[in-house]
Ligand binder design. Structure first.
Ligand code: G3P
Length: 215
């Protein structure tokens, strides 16, 4: 399973990348807005040190503009994946781009049929939004599991990026459900390696060692 960082914050990405835990990055217009920096400048900076795929999202919604934007975005670096929203125009854009060899990540996936449409149109990645599905009282992990079943049954050349991960449980459920990739916000990442009993254990070892040395 691969781990992506779901952030446009370069410091967060560097920190996790230095631990060997960053296989790629996903961004979206909200995350770019949060950083308040020029879109191309941020993506280029991330691409200067992250080797894996970096998703950059189109900001137009008609297929001709999406294709035009995608062609431009894909030239910013070799590892750019263009994020396209799940709409009829989005599917049309994905179909055109896949034939040109531009990798796409179909985003805002909330149902199995949406994922199936995106894969059939030629998306390289599909992004089910686990947290937002759970918000609706439905089961985000179940959707990831079902998409994985479809991919394995029919041999689609597509990977699942479990997105909208807000909790340790979302992350663990994504892994158990067979997501190829989990994209994790920077502020959640450190919770994934932390545990209160680990901290307590270290405190006790330290105290006992100091007592031993004092003897
Ligand atoms: O990857 C999509 C993600 O950024 C959305 O997360 O928490 O806004 O649903 P959230």
């Amino acid at each position: 399973m691969k781990f992506f960082l779901d952030t446009a914050n370069v410091d967060e990405i560097r920190r996790i990348n230095d631990l060997g835990l960053c296989d790629g990055v996903t961004t979206n217009p909200s995350l770019i807005n949060k950083e308040g920096r020029d879109f191309k400048e941020v993506i280029s900076e991330i691409a200067s040190f992250v080797e894996g795929p970096i998703s950059a999202e189109v900001t137009s919604y008609d297929y001709e503009s999406m294709v035009k934007e995608a062609r431009d975005l894909s030239k910013w670096a070799d590892n750019i994946v263009v994020k396209i929203p799940m709409t009829e125009d989005g599917l049309r854009a994905i179909n055109i781009l896949s034939k040109e060899g531009v990798r796409t990540n179909c985003t805002l996936i909330f149902s199995l049929s949406q994922a199936l449409m995106a894969m059939k149109a030629g998306a390289s990645y599909v992004s089910p939004f686990m947290g937002r599905i759970d918000d609706m009282g439905e089961d985000g992990a179940r959707l990831v599991y079902d998409i994985r079943t479809i991919i394995d049954t029919y041999g689609f050349d597509c990977e699942i990026i479990a997105a909208s991960i807000r909790s340790i449980k979302n992350f663990e459920d994504a892994a158990l459900a067979g997501a190829h990739i989990a994209t994790v916000p920077g502020n959640l990442f450190e919770k994934l390696w932390s545990h209160v009993l680990t901290d307590q254990g270290i405190d006790k070892f330290k105290k006992d060692w100091e007592a031993f040395e004092g003897k």
